[in-house]
Design a protein around this ligand. Structure first.
Ligand code: G3I
Length: 313
């Protein structure tokens, strides 16, 4: 295969796309690679609460719509991201008295899900609800509704889009640990009620620190009846990039592909960006980067070929 998407098929291979890069006329390579190489996309920020719904009753869908149109035109699956998350949340929500949060969440979900209904292959309905020790994150939704907020949110999405697969998405759940145990327990409960279709394993990995039991851990979620997806894959490390880091990273990207391929209901892999140039990593982790498949100059890294070869094997 000569592209990621051909190698991955029948699984999808996706990328997070930022609208600013996708429409940047002085960087046509970004959009070119997006359509050549990928069969799925996730808007990197454009569907988040704080972006689409900055004030109560105010909706700004234009940037997200640009990405949706791009995916339609290029036959890509769209992973819609996300509806209920403590981060990038509009200040009007955190300022509400707790007894008004449920109504605000229901209204937000209705308006956003209706807008994109039919376009989303999947919705990350709830994003990052757990702390690393497996307890619930004490965000405004949990404070207002306790653990009922999962069911309330999921039901509302189902009501306004019967096609989208409903996911909970989180990080540090890729191996067996307290957080993935807690996610599994919650997922079982929600799956039995018909409210959950899949779990997203973000997979923001650190070079040489990938869990050794990714496939086994995926497997216990799929045994429940759920799909699983690798939703935000990148493998970061302390710069500089060297021949050694390149080759270690290639092997570790391949191991993630192999894990997904070995699990029957792993439906696809999404990398969290195309080029290192625009990755979220350097601005979040000082001195780190080089986490993606193309470098700052759009040169393919060894990990690119390793991913293709891992699919072919
Ligand atoms: O749009 C503003 C711009 O107007 C302003 O000038 C600039 C100054 O900093 O900020 C811009 O917003 C930034 C936005 O990305 C768009 O570039 C925010 O500051 C910045 O915080 C935001 O970061 C995003 C981050 O989520 C926020 O939590 C990253 O791009 C995005 O890759 C990242 O994605 C998350 C997933 O949604 C969930 N899982 C973790 C993942 C990585 O953090």
């Amino acid at each position: 295969a000569s592209t990621l998407k051909d190698a991955a098929s029948p699984l999808y291979f996706g990328a997070a796309l930022g609208v600013g890069h996708l429409t940047n006329a002085s960087d046509p390579t970004f959009a070119k690679l997006a359509k050549q190489q990928f069969s799925a996309a996730t808007p990197e920020n454009e569907m988040k609460w704080g972006v689409v719904n900055p004030e109560a009753g105010v909706y700004e869908f234009a940037d997200a719509d640009t990405i949706v149109a791009f995916t339609k035109k290029n036959n890509m699956k769209l992973r819609c991201h996300n509806l209920v998350w403590h981060s990038q949340l509009s200040p009007y929500v955190t300022a509400l008295p707790l007894n008004k949060v449920k109504a605000a969440m229901l209204q937000h979900i209705k308006d956003v899900v209706e807008h994109f209904a039919g376009d989303c292959y999947a919705w990350d309905v709830i994003n990052e609800p757990f702390n690393d020790d497996g307890t619930y994150r004490d965000d405004v939704f949990y404070q207002a509704m306790g653990e009922d907020y999962f069911e309330i949110a999921l039901k509302q999405v189902r009501a306004y889009d019967s096609h989208a697969k409903l996911y909970i998405n989180d990080y540090n759940i890729e191996g067996g640990n307290a957080k993935s145990d807690a996610m599994l327990a919650l997922a079982k409960k929600l799956y039995k009620k018909g409210l959950l279709d899949g779990i997203g394993f973000e997979s923001h990995f650190i070079l040489n620190e990938l869990p050794g039991d990714i496939a086994e851990n995926m497997e216990r979620f799929t045994k429940v009846g759920l799909d699983i997806a690798v939703t935000e894959l990148d493998i970061r490390y302390n710069l500089p990039e060297t021949a050694t880091t390149d080759s270690q990273q290639a092997t570790q990207y391949a191991s993630v592909v192999n894990a997904c391929q070995s699990v029957k209901r792993c439906v696809g892999i999404t990398v969290w960006g195309i080029t290192d140039l625009y990755s979220w990593i350097p601005q979040t982790f000082t001195g780190q980067g080089a986490a993606l498949l193309w470098d700052d100059d759009y040169k393919k890294k060894p990990a690119y070929k390793a991913v293709i070869n891992a699919f072919v094997d």
